[in-house]
Design a protein around this ligand. Structure first.
Ligand SMILES: C=CC1=C(C)c2cc3[nH]c(cc4nc(cc5[nH]c(cc1n2)c(C)c5CCC(=O)O)C(CCC(=O)O)=C4C)c(C)c3C=C
Ligand SMILES: [Fe+2]
Ligand SMILES: [Fe+2]
Length: 334
């Protein structure tokens, strides 16, 4: 025993490097009660709904949480699997594969901004295990306050309660990174080659945001447009860019994806394909809103063939891209 240390010195673990992948979160079950719990946490986040709490909370608790959970649970039920919610199992698979690729040099974990495993629990577990350098990777290619911003807020809030902070790095938005654009190009190319037809139009659909966030300086809209432009230049395809999943009464970014699907059918386009590069994994918004509802809408409007091309998920192409980005951010640490 070192004579200079007090007798009851707390244990000091060996230093390690940690990597925390973070996604949005998803309900525990495709049932109204679980969806209500999830929506309550998600929609109470001031980064997501930028309406003063005094006005918003009565609307949320009095109206939305009494009506939306049933409808959303029915939508979740359409995409739920034996392994649970797609967003949850794809994120877990990304973390497992990342851990296998990076080996024992890095402790890899994943967390959800809403629900479990929580950012606070995972950061605390990493700290306790001796991670004194942590890279936090919000899995959103395009930055918005409502996604990347709130993940980082939560991480800083957790750290603010620690006496001994780990050193922190964060993965910057990668909307225009060559590795990301290349991965999208390969993935979309494979998806299009597998079809037995050439689409008359290809839609790139991003999750929407209130238009006001653009005026307030959120870079999300520009990041989405830049991803689409770079991919279009790379692939030589003129995409239709649109924004999906409108929520609430405010004006959202336009054009809306459902309006775009309708417009293409009205123009006489018979065969279309659609993909959603802003989602790092498939989830309710892609599998239900695009692949199921989008297809129904297009066929009802007179379209004939509709293809939904999957997100990068834990595909080899997607993992190779993530490894490239994360190794770059970990440089000097491993
Ligand atoms: C990828 C980026 C996302 C942005 C930007 C975003 C903004 C945003 N979302 C809502 C409201 C809802 N989103 C919902 C689901 C959902 N949203 C994203 C991603 C972004 N959201 C994902 C990945 C998911 C899917 C989660 C899953 O479990 O699969 C939902 C819940 C479902 C529903 O009831 O419709 C809501 C509500 C707002 C208000 C918003 C604004 C900034
Ligand atoms: Fe959303
Ligand atoms: Fe813009």
């Amino acid at each position: 025993m070192n004579a200079h240390l007090p007798r009851e010195h707390p244990p000091v673990p060996h230093s390690k490097v940690g990597l925390l992948l973070v996604n949005l979160g998803t309900p525990e079950a495709a049932e109204p009660k679980a969806v209500k719990k999830y929506l309550k946490e998600f929609l109470s986040d001031k980064r997501v709904v930028e309406i003063p709490a005094l006005i918003w909370q009565p609307i949320l608790r009095g109206i939305i949480l009494n009506t939306r959970p049933k409808k959303s649970a029915a939508a979740y039920a359409k995409v739920w699997t034996d392994k649970g919610s797609p967003l949850a199992f794809y994120t877990a698979a990304q973390a497992d594969k990342m851990a296998a690729i990076l080996g024992d040099k890095v402790m890899v974990k994943y967390a959800m901004r809403y629900g479990n495993p929580s950012i606070a629990d995972q950061l605390s577990a990493m700290k306790a295990a001796g991670c004194n350098r942590i890279l936090i990777a919000p899995l959103y290619p395009q930055y918005s306050g409502a996604t990347t911003g709130t993940v980082l807020d939560k991480a800083y809030e957790t750290l603010s309660k620690m006496r001994w902070h780990p050193a922190l790095r964060t993965l910057p938005p990668y909307h225009d990174d060559e590795a990301y654009i290349n991965a999208l190009q390969q993935s979309v190319q494979h998806g299009l080659e597998k079809l037995n037809y050439t689409p008359d139009a290809v839609i790139i659909s991003f999750h929407g945001m209130p238009e006001r966030t653009l005026q307030l300086g959120d870079p999300y809209h520009c990041h989405c447009q830049k991803t689409a432009r770079l991919l279009s230049e790379k692939m030589g395809i003129k995409f239709e860019v649109s924004f999906q999943s409108r929520f609430g009464r405010a004006k959202w970014l336009e054009p809306a994806t459902d309006a775009t699907i309708e417009k293409l059918a009205q123009e006489g386009k018979k065969n279309i394909a659609i993909f959603a590069p802003g989602f790092s994994v498939d989830c309710l918004e892609t599998l239900e809103e695009l692949a199921i509802a989008g297809q129904e809408q297009f066929l009802e409007a007179g379209g004939e063939k509709f293809a939904y091309l999957p997100c990068l998920n834990d595909s080899d192409i997607g993992m190779e891209m993530l490894v490239k980005l994360l190794r770059r951010e970990l440089s000097g640490w491993i």
